[in-house]
Ligand binder design. Structure first.
Ligand code: HEC
Length: 275
């Protein structure tokens, strides 16, 4: 007797065929399907669905013919009743019990994953930043352009130009965060018309956010993929102050001011606004 015919003889048994098909189906669904071009890992619930479908198919096949059905049941029956298979029977019983126990344990056990990070939308700003190598103290800082009352109109015009050339695609024509790129971003671009953004902030906070963008957010302002660019790389200090003037002028909000009564130029809270 050569090896292939021995294998064929072995594989002829309907019970082994059934087990073989189930194992093969599992291998295909779990290991082969994910590496096919354009596929991804198959979720566990889908694997289960496939396996149940395959099992039903296999059962239909083995029970389709009286003799095959009888031969299929033989090994199962033997394990259940034959005295010489006492050990196997005990092992199967212990195995099934342990498996059910494990599954139940896995479902009720509490996981030790880190709690979801609470993100602060307006984290406390730094007291000082460097803007293109120049140190700027944010604490107590007002928009310097407001001192030049006679040039205010010119600064506003500049701010409008800066806004329409740079901010429009995200923050939108109405400054409401509905620019045509906006739906592609999560988090959405800030809606300046809403009372939850610049209306709550000092101009120095806005300056910091515009200058440093999403990448400049401190840890408590993350993790989130803010698409807000780092404008320090593209705009001058004056252009940023101008666009800030424009934002307040256009929305009608008044920037939050520093409390003059406090020594040192204001508290942490007035510095950043809070939620
Ligand atoms: C590529 C899209 C994009 C562009 C262009 C963009 N922003 Fe933003 N901006 C965002 C997103 C997204 C957020 C919200 C997430 C965050 O706060 O970082 C945001 C937030 C802000 C905030 C913070 C508001 C708050 O309540 O904290 C300010 C201020 C701001 N943007 C100003 C500007 C200005 C001024 C410009 C133009 C010079 C501009 N943005 C251009 C995407 C953009």
């Amino acid at each position: 007797m050569n090896l292939p015919s021995a294998i064929r003889r072995y594989a002829e048994h309907p019970f082994r065929q059934a087990v073989g098909i189930l194992v093969l189906a599992y291998i295909v669904v779990v290991w082969v399907v994910p590496v096919l071009p354009g596929s991804a890992i198959v979720p566990k619930s889908v694997v289960l669905q496939y396996m149940v479908t395959v099992l039903v198919g296999v059962l239909i096949y083995v029970s389709d013919n009286e003799e095959r059905w009888h031969r299929f049941k033989e090994p199962i029956q033997a394990v259940l009743v034959e005295p010489r298979l006492k050990l196997v029977r005990a092992a199967v019983l212990a195995g099934v019990t342990a498996l059910v126990g494990l599954v139940a344990y896995g479902q009720v056990t509490t996981s030790v994953a880190a709690p979801p990070n609470l993100r602060s939308i307006h984290p406390a700003p730094p007291a000082e930043i460097t803007f293109r190598g120049k140190a700027i103290t944010l604490t107590g800082l007002e928009n310097p352009l407001r001192q030049h009352t006679d040039s205010l109109a010119a600064y506003l015009a500049e701010g409008k130009r800066v806004y329409y050339q740079n901010c429009l695609p995200c923050h939108g024509d109405h400054l409401d965060g509905q620019g045509h790129f906006a739906p592609g971003f999560n988090p959405l671009p800030a809606n300046f018309q809403d009372n939850g953004t610049i209306a709550q902030l000092t101009e120095s906070f806005v300056f910091w956010r515009v200058a440093k963008g999403g990448p400049g957010l401190p840890r408590e302002g993350t993790p989130w993929n803010s698409a807000m660019p780092v404008w320090e790389d593209f705009l001058t200090e004056r252009e940023i102050w101008s666009v800030i003037l424009f934002l307040y002028e256009q929305t009608g909000w008044k920037p939050r001011t520093w409390e003059k009564t406090e020594p040192g130029g204001g508290s942490r809270e007035t510095g950043g606004g809070h939620d």
